[in-house]
Design a binder for this molecule. Structure first.
Ligand code: HSE
Length: 388
């Protein structure tokens, strides 16, 4: 199968390396940035790939512009399309699916969620014979590395982020990693595959911008640590929920054992029970390995992991499945605000005018709304759901 590659950075170069000596694929062209052409197989012009005789294009550039334009042109030119670009799929996945179906071409994107972890392909298979109750997990290597480093090495947030950047885990601009939006995009992809819905409104996202050494001190005293977790699922009434937020989990919990840049993707099938996939969630060869799996699946005849009925939808995070108790650190004089909205079950400690408390049960949507109100008075609020 003739293939061209868009991008020769961390992931694109990994794909190119892994294809050397592979008898099933012949690389026609590789798109590189202006001024970076150093070999005959490279081109600086997308038009060379648009008009070449490749049957499959693999995109590893990242970002929505110009990736969406390039993807559309490739599919319309009769090429199948594989991508590791979660922003592209979370924004235009439904358009690309429709275009691929219309042109009778393939569209796969396993490497856009979880690096090497085969969560999307397994969900695609599992949902054919089982009902997926929920899916998600620890899906961002950068934030997991930061949280684990702050906990196990007692280093500061900024130092841990610099290390994550140097190790190639973080995005070029790590804002999406830290804010939880990178995890949310992965949840969107999971939801598309598991539920035929791309939740593009009313989801809740809380990142780790405000986590502090003090939160880890308190967590440690409780026998817990902190992780960033995303989840989507169906409530009893059949409505979709989708959110990302920090979680306080016991040291004996699975999530506490997910260290460094490792991810753990999970789903619960009605019949299978909880399935967990743990592995490298980012990095050159782990991510490229998932692209190679998609390429091989396409070579063997698979075209899609989405159903053509996949639609945009909204999330409803007010159902009882979204209820939990939260650890909250806030200014002591803001406690009455928290009391009036959800109630405080327990005060854990007080230091330098801040209190750490455990709330009474509250839904994800309500907790995120309360946090937004508290932050209008003081931005330095941290909250994490206490894992049951
Ligand atoms: N920045 C992402 C992460 C890369 O840290 O998980 C893989 O999606």
């Amino acid at each position: 199968m003739k293939v061209s590659i868009l991008g020769h950075g961390v992931v694109g170069k990994g794909v190119w390396d892994m294809l050397q000596g592979n008898p099933n694929f012949e690389v026609v062209n590789v798109l590189v940035k202006k001024g970076e052409k150093t070999a005959d197989f490279m081109t600086e012009s997308f038009d060379d790939i648009w008009h070449d005789d490749s049957e499959l294009v693999v995109e590893c550039m990242g970002g929505v512009v110009p990736a969406y334009e390039f993807a559309s042109k490739c599919i319309e030119a009769g090429k199948s399309f594989i991508t590791s670009n979660k922003a592209l799929v979370a924004t235009h996945g439904i358009d690309l699916l429709n275009l691929a179906v219309k042109n009778n071409k393939g569209f796969l994107f396993s490497a856009a969620c979880g690096g090497a972890i085969p969560i999307l392909q397994n969900l695609h298979l599992a949902r054919k014979s089982d009902s997926i109750i929920w899916a998600g997990g620890i899906l961002n290597g950068t934030t997991n590395f930061i949280l684990d480093s702050m906990d196990s090495r007692a280093i500061g947030f900024d130092e841990a982020l610099s290390e994550a950047k140097a190790l190639g885990y973080a995005e070029f601009d790590p804002t999406a990693d830290i804010s939880g939006m990178d995890t949310m995009r992965k949840i969107m992809l999971i939801s598309m595959v598991a539920y035929d819905v791309l939740p593009n409104s009313d989801y809740n996202v809380e990142g780790i911008q405000t986590v502090s050494a003090f939160d880890f001190e308190v967590a440690k005293k409780m026998g817990c640590t902190i992780r960033l977790v995303g989840r989507c699922g169906l409530s009893d009434s059949g409505r979709l929920y989708a959110y990302v937020q920090p979680m306080l989990c016991s040291r004996s919990d699975f999530y506490a054992g997910v260290c460094s840049n490792i991810n753990m993707a999970q789903y619960e099938g009605k019949n299978s029970g909880v399935m967990s996939f743990m592995g490298q969630g980012a990095g050159r060869y782990p991510t490229a390995s998932n692209i190679l799996r998609d390429m091989t699946s396409m070579y063997e005849g698979q075209s899609h992991m989405l159903k053509s009925k996949c639609l945009f939808g909204f999330a409803n995070n007010s159902s009882k499945e979204c209820e939990g108790v939260y650890y909250v650190r806030l200014k002591s004089d803001l406690i009455p605000v928290l009391e009036s909205h959800c109630g405080v079950d327990k005060v854990l400690c007080e230091k330098d005018g801040k209190k750490c408390v455990i709330t009474k049960p509250v839904t994800v949507k309500a907790m995120h709304d309360i946090a937004a109100e508290l932050r209008r008075k003081d931005a330095d609020v941290f909250f994490a759901q206490v894992k049951g």
